[in-house]
Design a protein around this ligand. Structure first.
Ligand SMILES: [Zn+2]
Length: 102
């Protein structure tokens, strides 16, 4: 009788846990600022996190990346698979523009 429930809980855990871990990563990242690659200040703020589904060899796979802005020198960065790279203005507009209205 409880096997259906167990299955549902297991399935829920498999789906939910990575999302929670991922959200925690960004939340933690927004509190413990990373060093800015440009000016070296510990002022990188997580502006936006993207969860997306990409196609690799015709198969759908989950993917994610985050956008950061330095509060000291206002440089913009994209964190993808643990690497910080610069972001083009177009890309920043596409994903982060609405944040600037605050
Ligand atoms: Zn900076």
């Amino acid at each position: 009788m409880s096997s259906t429930l167990e299955f549902a809980l297991t399935a829920a855990a498999i789906v939910v846990i990575p999302i929670v871990l991922y959200l925690l990563t960004c939340w933690t990242g927004s509190r413990h600022r990373e060093n800015c690659p440009r000016c070296g200040a510990k002022k990188l703020r997580c502006i936006q996190s993207i969860l997306a589904t990409v196609k690799i060899d015709g198969k759908r796979a989950p993917d994610h990346w985050s956008y950061y802005e330095c509060e000291a020198c206002h440089s913009r960065w994209k964190e993808y698979h643990g690497e910080l790279t610069t972001v083009s203005d177009d890309e920043w507009e596409q994903y982060c523009a609405f944040e600037q209205d605050e």
